[in-house]
Ligand binder design. Structure first.
Ligand code: UDP
Ligand code: MG
Length: 309
């Protein structure tokens, strides 16, 4: 029988873990595969880990991996994938926003030859209009800027064959924009649709500052376009500046200097200063990420590991 590892990142989710256990057990009973669940505890501060340990003791198909602190979801998923060994893995959130009922369809698509089966939200229930709008902008921008196609409204919820997840495991970069990495590896991909439900319990770990950083990580990991943009705009402005400089020189030689000119001087200075600062900022975003890559630290540290059986 084919084996499937289910990777579940967990951060402060004590209330929802038992609900997840029930739903996943029920759904997987209908699938003709040998399945295991690996909870990755991402440094939870509540009783998540002890809840998971309780589940593991009563059902050894559930195992756990706990990280030494909170590293963030991208790293928790990475840790889970590193410890997977099955024929296929499924990455799923514990909060039941990714309905486990989709897994049988994913497995069916996998059996019919696809290496990656990803789940795209049809509707985003319980999200504000502003969140929907900014998410939409983000996908448009990143798809225009980068060479790879990142499917819209698609999270980490997906099934990957061994071939595909081992390819992802080879990408050891520090800035882990998983949606991008998943798309980068390619292979035969299949899209399924689902309705994203509100959380079963607990609260989202996202806020706008975090989303902004996430968006910048995504764009800088997969596109050099902002750097080129800085070059273009710099060159254009420099061209105008040279032409205008020449005009001033000629004019001064022919007609002498007239003192007025403070407003135009000020405007040009402020404009150039702004452009320079912006270009420096763009370079800084990339430089900071190069710095973090060059340190070559491990992506996460494991505290305890109890593999599922
Ligand atoms: N998560 C994690 N580490 C974090 C934040 C979140 O492992 O630092 C997990 C969380 O427990 C959940 C999943 O990632 O299983 C998705 O988190 P959340 O529901 O907050 O994100 P959203 O669904 O709102 O995008
Ligand atoms: Mg969620």
């Amino acid at each position: 029988m084919p084996t499937v590892d289910i990777i579940v990142p967990v951060y402060n989710e004590q209330d929802v873990i038992p609900l997840f256990q029930d739903r996943i057990t029920e759904v997987m009973a209908t699938c003709d595969v040998q399945w295991r669940v690996l909870f990755v505890d991402d440094g939870s501060a509540d009783d998540s880990l002890s809840t998971i340990k309780g589940i593991q003791e009563s059902d050894s198909r559930f195992g756990y991996l706990s990280l030494s602190r909170n590293f963030g979801k991208e790293y928790a998923v990475t840790a889970g994938l590193d410890h997977a060994s099955a024929d296929a893995v499924v990455v799923i959130d514990v909060d039941l926003q990714d309905p486990p009922e989709l897994i049988p369809d994913m497995i069916a698509q996998w059996h019919s030859g696809y290496d990656v089966v990803y789940a795209t939200r049809k509707a985003r229930h319980g999200e504000s209009a502003a969140k929907k709008l900014t998410a939409n902008w983000f996908y448009n921008i990143i798809n225009v800027m980068s060479q790879i196609d990142i499917p819209k409204d698609t999270g980490d919820y997906r099934l990957m064959s061994r071939k595909a997840y081992q390819a992802v495991n080879q990408l050891r970069e520090n800035n882990r924009f998983m949606k991008g990495l998943f798309a980068w590896v390619g292979y035969k991909q299949k899209q399924l649709y689902f309705e994203r439900e509100p959380r079963a319990a607990g609260e989202t770990k996202w806020n706008y500052p975090k989303l902004w950083r996430f968006a910048l990580d995504g764009i800088t990991s997969f596109s050099y376009l902002p750097l080129r943009f800085a070059t273009w705009i710099g060159m254009t402005v420099a061209c105008f500046a040279f032409i205008y400089g020449a005009v001033i020189i000629v004019k001064t030689l022919m007609m002498g200097a007239d003192v007025p000119g403070y407003p135009s001087l000020m405007v040009v200075m402020l404009f150039l200063g702004g452009i320079q600062l912006m270009a420096l900022g763009i370079i800084g975003e990339y430089l900071g990420r190069m710095f973090s890559e060059s340190k070559n630290r491990p992506l996460y540290l494991v505290d305890e590991y109890q593999p599922p059986e």
